[in-house]
Design a protein around this ligand. Structure first.
Ligand code: NOJ
Length: 753
């Protein structure tokens, strides 16, 4: 009976969807029948409000273009007034009154800034991540933004690449789940609701694999590699219903992604079933010329033919498509298909019913920076943090005595907001110093000193604006002041790392250590003999070999966002027991990069015997990372035991339950992310040493234990074959469960297909 009811309900639902689609199709067809060619091409044009954004080209004559119907959307503003002005112009002064889309890089919050994505990913908390995206959409939509250029789901194995901060790390399984959660958060169940917005998965595809970690650099990889490791998160976003996709700057298979028919049509639409529209990245069509793909007219035609619908900033479509149509290089149906997809997005948002539905002064006042959103930011900040080291239980700190609080990020409003805080209200951010004050009141005496600027490197200072914190003083004097503060205190908290501009777009670094002058400060602090807690704020894995050896406690706080100070204080003083786990490997030095947990074995794996010369290793550093994927400590300890399989010889399409017992063996209640990995030692395509295939977050009181169960099905055993099909092969598998990718309990099973 239940089944019949379910089938009836599904049929009714799909009937309703079909009817809605038909209504939309009729509406758009009717509108398009009234549009001139110029107006149709106009929809394919996305411009800025006339300011420089993330490239050298600036949009000009925007008002006049809107009047002429030459603009489909604008991006780059969170100003209610400007968005309302532009929408008013479009719906009153253009011939057909077609409303505009308003895009913005709402990457980790609008005004309420949450941790940078790499930080949020470290929470392994999909519900939390979805909530942050939901809050971001609610704030953005209140000021008229109806489209965010997020989630960024590029898999990255190279921490030199500054944009690793904007993504979720190195793992496709976790990355896919996060992609889905974010799309759901932004788009909700109904795009026409006034507080949901279009999401845009980016940068399709493989942008995170830029050679040498240098932004915008060439990408080259095998199809097997891309399908197994890099493409799944984009696909997951499509499966979650993402409304738009952004093409990437890099080339794939020697063809600029923006001009790749394989990516934009064969894979995205024909295989994955994507129904929305594709926008380019900033001037990506024009940049195809520099890649060597032809002049602007040629590359614009190639991009349209490949499956691109909207041209961001470059105006290649606007200025050349008419000519290409006349010359037969593109067809009317190519143009109309793209135009239709953009109009459909506007229809789904409900803009034709009410072009101002995303501008809501009342909601702007009540929802932006609301106490609930700030509370969520504080919680997200704390949950993102990863405890990397805690010798002799130095942490949590007592809420008494005297603390020296030092470092360029300790009393800094802006940098803890992280890259892409766009409209983030950094003046209302909470610094660590303020957070200490608010959480500790008068119970602790805090001796503050700057101790060091973010950097003294002239090359870096020539490129980045650090004037908001830079103090013109002799570095040695700054250090002396901090040492003085340390000597007068029981314990030192040093908040060091990167400025917000040191990671993110166009922020690659070849040395990913703490900047030299800050390291000098840290060494001087350690030399005082006082216990030092290092709190790191940064947007990428750093090389911390010296720190890991000499500093007793290290907390990776990432860029925690607007509530940085409260979140750091909550963790340092034990109001929140850290439970984050890194999602990108921390190498020992830059020479080890690329370094990632799901690597292949070699024919000569190194087994720890240095005398064994002809093995895959280095002469000067071990192969293992400093901190492996999935690593993160807690103030308590967890013991894993009894990994059991429901059967070790399954047959066919069945499932196996793997269970492992986890016990809280320490003194604090705490959360743990229990991770499941699978190895496939013999396969027709060589498999990585292990792959993440499941995880569960649990919470245990001291002394408490829990049996965590994972269901394993053949689905989790599938891999990409040489013909690009996903399938599994019977044989031996090793199931691992543990606290990170390197510390696991393992059990073997033989699965007959
Ligand atoms: C360039 C960046 O690569 C992309 O991520 C961003 O969305 C656009 N600029 C728009 O700002």
């Amino acid at each position: 009976m239940k089944k019949i009811l379910f089938i009836c309900f599904s049929l009714l639902l799909s009937g309703a969807v079909l009817a809605q689609d038909a209504k939309m199709e009729a509406f758009v067809s009717d509108l398009m029948s009234k549009m001139t060619l110029e107006e149709k091409i106009g929809q394919l044009n996305l411009v800025t409000f006339g300011e420089i954004q993330t490239g050298a080209v600036v949009s000009s004559g925007v008002d006049a273009k809107i009047r002429k119907g030459q603009v489909g959307g604008l991006f780059g503003s969170s100003s209610f007034k400007d968005i309302k002005g532009a929408q008013t112009l479009a719906v009153t002064n253009s011939r057909l009154k077609i409303p505009l889309l308003f895009g913005l890089d709402v990457i980790h919050g609008l005004k309420t800034t949450f941790p940078v994505p790499l930080g949020l990913a470290s929470s392994w908390d999909l519900e939390l991540i979805e909530k942050t995206a939901r809050a971001a959409a609610a704030e953005a939509s209140a000021v008229g933004v109806n489209w965010t250029f997020s989630p960024m789901v590029d898999i990255a194995r190279d921490p030199r690449w500054g944009r690793i901060a904007e993504g979720n790390g190195e793992d496709p399984y976790l990355g896919s789940l996060i992609a889905g959660a974010m799309v759901k958060g932004y788009q909700g169940k109904d795009l026409a609701a006034p507080n949901t917005i279009l999401a845009c998965v980016k940068h399709y595809a493989l942008y995170g694999a830029a050679e040498a970690g240098r932004d915008y650099n060439t990408v080259d990889m095998s199809r097997v590699q891309m399908h197994e490791f890099y493409l799944p998160p984009y696909r997951a976003a499509v499966e979650a219903g993402v409304a738009t996709v952004m093409s990437s700057f890099n080339e794939v298979d020697g063809i600029p992604a923006t001009g790749s028919h394989y990516l934009m049509t064969d894979l995205l639409r024909s295989t994955w079933g994507f129904k929305g529209f594709v926008v380019t990245d900033y001037t990506a069509i024009n940049e195809m010329t520099m890649h060597g793909a032809g002049n602007l007219q040629e590359v614009s035609a190639k991009a349209l033919k490949a499956g691109i619908d909207q041209d961001m900033v470059g105006e290649g479509f606007l200025t050349t498509l008419e000519k290409s149509l006349k010359e037969g290089k593109v067809s009317l149906s190519d143009i109309e298909t793209a135009c239709r997809r953009i109009l459909e997005a506007k229809y789904k948002l409900g803009l034709f019913e009410d072009p101002f539905r995303y501008l809501d002064e009342k909601r702007e006042k009540s929802e932006i920076l609301s106490p609930e959103n700030r509370k969520l930011a504080r919680e997200a900040g704390a949950r993102s943090m990863v405890l990397l080291k805690n010798e002799k239980q130095l942490l949590p700190l007592k809420k008494s005595g005297t603390i020296a609080l030092v470092g360029p990020l300790a009393d800094n409003l802006k940098d803890p907001m992280g890259t892409w805080f766009v409209a983030g209200d950094w003046n209302s951010a909470v610094t660590v110093r303020k957070g200490f004050e608010n959480v500790l009141g008068n119970s602790v005496r805090v001796n503050y000193a700057l101790g060091a600027n973010i950097s003294e490197d002239p090359m870096l200072l020539a490129q980045l604006d650090l004037t908001h914190t830079y103090v013109k003083k002799n570095p040695a004097d700054l250090i002396a002041e901090a040492v003085d503060a340390a000597k007068k205190s029981d314990v030192v908290v040093a908040v060091l790392g990167e400025s917000e501009a040191m990671s993110g777009e166009a922020a690659s670094r070849s040395d990913i250590g703490i900047p030299e002058n800050q390291k000098d400060l840290l060494k001087a602090l350690v030399n005082t003999g006082k216990p030092v807690v290092l709190v790191l704020m940064n947007g990428r894995p750093l090389t911390l070999t010296w720190e890991a050896e000499h500093v007793p406690a290290i907390l990776e706080a990432w860029a925690p966002g607007i509530e940085a100070g409260h979140a750091v204080a909550d963790v340092l003083f034990g109001d929140y027991n850290p439970s984050g786990k890194i999602t990108a490997t921390f190498p020992r030095n830059v020479g080890q990069i690329p370094l990632y947990y799901n690597h292949k074995n070699t024919g000569r794996p190194y087994d720890g015997n240095l005398k064994d010369k002809y093995k895959s290793k280095y002469l000067d550093v071990v192969n293992e990372p400093l901190y492996p994927f999935g690593y993160g400590l807690s103030y308590t300890t967890f013991e894993y035991s009894d990994l059991k399989l429901s059967t070790s010889a399954p047959k066919g399409l069945t499932s196996v339950t793997a269970s492992v017992t986890v016990k809280n063996t320490g003194k604090f209640a705490g959360g743990e992310t229990v991770q499941l990995y699978i190895s496939d030692p013999v396969a027709s395509v060589n498999q990585p040493v292990k792959k993440l295939k499941g995880f569960e977050k649990i919470f245990l009181k001291p002394g408490e234990s829990k049996e965590v169960r994972f269901t394993i099905t053949p689905e989790q055993l599938k891999f990409i074959h040489s013909d690009l099909s996903w399938d599994w092969e019977g044989g031996e598998f090793v199931i691992h469960a543990g606290t990170n990718s390197a510390e696991v309990k393992s059990a073997v099973l033989n699965w007959e297909k």
